[in-house]
Design a protein around this ligand. Structure first.
Ligand code: ATP
Length: 445
């Protein structure tokens, strides 16, 4: 079903209003394509990442974790092809002094008003397009000129290939097995971002799955299905998800097959994650450049081969944006408009809000005691400020699935009102067993 009520303006404004995500360095006027995450944004991000680790490590036993360095030996990027080929075609306008992606001109606005696409106005004076490397460069050593040039990693995957041999030994695995990593990557993106969709620094969730060469097609199909299913399990409407296979001319130099998992954002279908069959390109390239043998040798039979690699590579912020867009809804309660984030309970930053009806008559004390009990096992929040309706609305906007209200009856019979974010049903339940009841209702799967 199309989600007709959501727009990017509404998402950006909700994120700012509730402190999920806001522009970075705002007191200095901001910095392009860079955002900060506030309290609820951090919690939501942690939950997205936790669900990814659960799918990679918690639910299966053929994948191990890794956390490799952001700054690697510069030869890494020579071997991987990033130094030579990780580029975007750019043009400059001599009139407005702005720089544009040559392949995105039809979507971009000219620097001059009234706005047209770059190159369309008579005054536009575009240069020839030049290839511009997306890697951020920096220097190790106190003197820039004498130091060694290094790069901030543009993807986490290469660190996994560099450590393939180490992991093979300490993890005592044989193909098929995977190495998973979550961490920041950096790209010098000049296209104006649609909120956090494309930023200069971003977290990736990448997994390299090493397989015997003849099993690569089978595992490619497996990971396509698995990754699509992950988003559905976490509540995304399957009608707003699709797999799109890359055309042969779109394929990266290393890939013999890539499909993107795409989501229908308010701005159109766009990539959430890529699943690629990378063949043996990376291990072979690093073996050649480093002189190390990067292969699997069967200790018994002596069988040896360079494993092929299937890579699902996702972005934390893009998934998070899809979860926000998909969960965004507006309805009415008693004639009053309400904005609600129908986030999957596993992703919701706060699982239960504890609210005293009044700020007197012993309600806050009793509510605090209930809250202290719940927070031991659940992400809970206590809120006693303002009218109860406003407090419900606030929790709806941050996607809290349940609210527990303490009133005069609680003091008499130790029951509370349990309100469901989605059905808006309110039921009277006992404080005893409340934590267990909530855990059951919040359980994933
Ligand atoms: P795009 O074509 O949109 O630039 P890509 O195909 O270059 O993306 P990959 O190199 O396949 O992206 O990276 C894997 C994932 O990392 C992407 O699917 C996306 O979720 C995330 N990602 C890549 N670049 C960015 C960025 N600049 N900002 C936020 N997330 C990103």
């Amino acid at each position: 079903m199309p989600n007709d009520v959501v727009t990017m303006d509404k998402i950006v404004s909700l994120c700012k209003r509730r402190g999920f995500i806001f522009p970075a360095s705002e007191i200095y006027g901001g910095i392009a394509n860079t955002y900060d995450y506030g309290h609820y944004g951090v919690l939501l991000k942690q939950n997205v990442v936790a669900q990814w680790w659960k799918a990679m490590i918690g639910d299966r036993d053929d994948i191990v974790a890794l956390d490799s360095a952001i700054i690697q030996h510069p030869k890494t990027w020579e071997a991987s092809g990033h130094l030579a080929g990780f580029t975007d075609p750019l043009v400059d306008c001599r009139t407005c002094k702005q720089r544009f992606r040559a392949d995105h001109l039809a979507e971009l606005e000219c620097g001059r008003r009234p706005s047209k696409h770059p190159g369309e106005d008579a005054q536009c004076d575009l240069t020839e397009s030049r290839e511009f490397n997306l890697m951020f460069e920096t220097t190790i050593g106190p003197v820039k000129e004498a130091g060694a040039t290094v790069y901030l990693r543009p993807e986490t995957a290469q660190g996994i290939f560099l450590d393939f041999k180490q992991v093979l030994q300490f993890a005592r695995r044989k193909p098929p097995f995977g190495i998973a990593q979550v961490g920041k990557s950096f790209r010098n993106e000049i296209t104006p971002s649609r909120f956090v969709f494309r930023t200069l620094e971003f977290e990736q969730m990448e997994m390299e799955f090493f397989v015997p060469p003849d099993e690569a097609p089978k595992w490619y199909a497996h990971w396509l299905e698995e990754r699509l299913d992950w988003y559905v399990r976490l509540g995304i409407d399957p009608e707003r998800l699709r797999l799109r296979a890359h055309d042969p001319d779109e394929l990266s130099h290393y890939s013999s097959g890539t499909s993107d998992v795409e989501y229908r954002f308010p701005f159109g279908w766009s990539e959430l994650e890529g699943v690629a069959n990378r063949g043996d390109f990376d291990l072979r390239a690093h073996a050649e450049h480093s002189g190390e043998k990067l292969e699997y040798v069967d200790p018994q039979g002596g069988e040896r081969y360079i494993p092929h690699v299937i890579e699902p590579a996702a972005g934390v912020a893009r998934s998070l944006l899809a979860f926000l867009c998909d969960g965004y809804d507006e309805d009415e309660i008693g004639g009053e408009p309400r904005t609600v984030l129908r986030l999957h309970p596993a992703l919701a930053p706060v699982k239960v809000a504890v609210l005293p009806l009044l700020r007197k008559d012993g309600h806050p004390e009793r509510a605090r005691a209930v809250y202290e009990g719940l927070r031991k096992t659940l992400a809970a929040e206590y809120d006693e400020g303002g009218a109860i309706g406003r407090r419900y609305r606030r929790q709806d906007e941050i996607g809290t699935p349940f609210a527990v209200t303490i009133d005069h009856q609680t003091l008499e019979d130790a029951t509370v009102t349990l309100r469901d974010r989605d059905t808006l049903e309110q039921e009277r339940v006992s404080v005893d067993g409340l934590a267990r009841l909530l855990q059951d209702r919040l359980a994933v799967d």
